[in-house]
Design a protein around this ligand. Structure first.
Ligand code: HEC
Ligand code: HEC
Length: 271
C-alpha cells in the first residue's frame, strides 16, 4: 500500500505537468493562428463604424447591396454610389418607399415602404442612414420640430414656395409633369422630415436646396406653408369631394331640377 500510495501521486504530478505543457503549446498555436488571421478580419469589419452603423450595414448587405454594391460604392447600370449622399437622402428614399427599388423605371416613385411596420421602418431608415453617413458624410435632417412659428410664417413660406418650388410642383403642391416621362410628384403624402430631406438631397431632377440657398429657418417656413396648404382643405368654393367643377355643376343641376319638379307639382296642385 505504502509503495503504491507513493507512486500514484508522482504519476499524477507527471500527468499534470504534461497537461500544462500541452496547454501552453495549444495557447501558442492559437495565438499564432490569431495573429495570422486577425488583421484580415479586422480590415473587413472596419473598426471605425459605430454599432448603429454596423447594424445599418447588416441591413444594407441584405437589401441594398445588389444594386449599390459593397460599401455602397455603386454597381454599373444597377445603382449609383451612395458615398456622400448623407442620411437625408437615405431617409427620404427609404421612408417614402422609393428604395429598395423594385424595378428599373424612368423615375423611382413613392410606394408602400419595404418595412410595413412604421416603427421598424423608422428604425431601419435611421440605421441605414447612419451607415451611409459614417461611410461618406453628407447632409442630415435635423432632429426636433421642423415647423416655423410666428406671424409672418405662412406669408414668407408661401413666397419662398412660389419662387423655389411651384415651377415644378404647381402652386397647390399637387405636382406636375416634367420632360421625358419624369414628373414632380404631389406632396400630399410627404411628412415634415421628408420635405426637409427632399430639399437637402434633391432627388432625381429636383435641385438640391443646401443651407446656403435656403436657410434652415426658410426650409421650416416652406414646410409650414406646404402642410398648412393641405390642412386648409378648401381654399375656395364648396368642399364637394374636390373632384372639380364637374361635381359642383352637377350639384347645382340636381338641386335645380329638384326645385323645378317641386314648383311644377305645386302649380299642378293649385290648379
Ligand atoms: C433594384 C436596384 C436597387 C435596390 C435594391 C436599391 N436601390 Fe437605391 N437606387 C437605385 C437606383 C437605380 C437609384 C438611382 C435612381 C433614382 O434615384 O431614382 C437609386 C438611388 C438611391 C438613393 C439616392 C442617391 C442620391 O444620389 O441621393 C439612395 C439614398 C438609395 N438608392 C438608397 C438605397 C437603399 C438604402 C437601399 C436598400 C434599402 C436601396 N437603395 C436599394 C437602385 C436600387
Ligand atoms: C426642377 C423641378 C423641381 C423643383 C424646382 C422642386 N422640385 Fe421637388 N421634386 C422634383 C422631382 C422631379 C421630384 C421626384 C423625385 C423622385 O421621385 O425621386 C421631387 C420630389 C419632391 C418631394 C417628394 C414628394 C413625395 O412625397 O413623394 C418633395 C417633398 C419635394 N420635391 C419638395 C420640394 C420643395 C419643398 C421644393 C422647393 C423648395 C421643390 N421640391 C422644388 C422636382 C422639383
Amino acid at each position: 500500500m505504502s509503495t503504491r500510495s507513493g507512486r500514484v501521486p508522482r504519476g499524477r504530478a507527471r500527468r499534470r505537468v504534461g497537461t500544462v505543457v500541452r496547454l501552453i503549446a495549444a495557447l501558442i498555436l492559437a495565438g499564432g493562428l490569431y495573429a495570422a488571421f486577425a488583421p484580415g478580419v479586422y480590415a473587413e469589419e472596419d473598426p471605425q463604424l459605430s454599432q448603429a452603423a454596423k447594424d445599418g450595414k447588416a441591413i444594407f448587405d441584405n437589401t441594398c447591396v445588389s444594386c449599390h454594391g459593397r460599401n455602397a460604392q455603386g454597381v454599373t447600370d444597377r445603382g449609383p454610389s451612395l458615398i456622400g449622399v448623407g442620411s437625408a437622402s437615405v431617409e427620404f428614399q427609404v421612408t417614402s418607399g422609393r428604395m429598395p427599388l423594385a424595378r428599373q423605371e424612368a423615375q423611382a416613385e413613392r410606394k408602400p415602404p419595404y418595412w410595413s411596420d412604421p416603427e421598424e421602418l423608422d428604425q431601419n431608415a435611421r440605421l441605414l442612414g447612419q451607415y451611409i453617413q459614417e461611410l461618406g458624410g453628407g447632409p442630415q435632417v435635423p432632429d426636433g420640430n421642423l415647423r416655423a412659428e410666428g406671424g409672418n410664417t405662412l406669408a414668407r413660406g408661401g413666397e419662398l414656395f412660389r419662387v423655389n418650388c411651384s415651377s415644378c410642383h404647381a402652386f397647390s403642391a399637387g405636382g406636375g409633369a416634367l420632360s421625358s416621362g419624369k414628373f414632380a410628384p404631389s406632396m400630399a403624402a410627404a411628412t415634415d422630415r421628408q420635405i426637409y430631406a427632399a430639399m437637402l438631397s434633391g432627388p432625381q431632377n429636383m435641385p438640391v436646396f443646401g443651407d446656403n440657398q435656403l436657410t434652415p429657418d426658410e426650409k421650416r417656413e416652406i414646410i409650414t406653408y406646404i402642410q398648412n396648404l393641405k390642412e386648409d382643405k378648401d381654399p375656395g368654393g364648396w368642399g364637394l369631394g374636390r373632384i372639380g367643377p364637374v361635381t359642383e355643376g352637377l350639384a347645382i343641376f340636381v338641386v335645380g331640377v329638384v326645385a323645378v319638379v317641386f314648383a311644377a307639382l305645386w302649380i299642378a296642385g293649385k290648379s
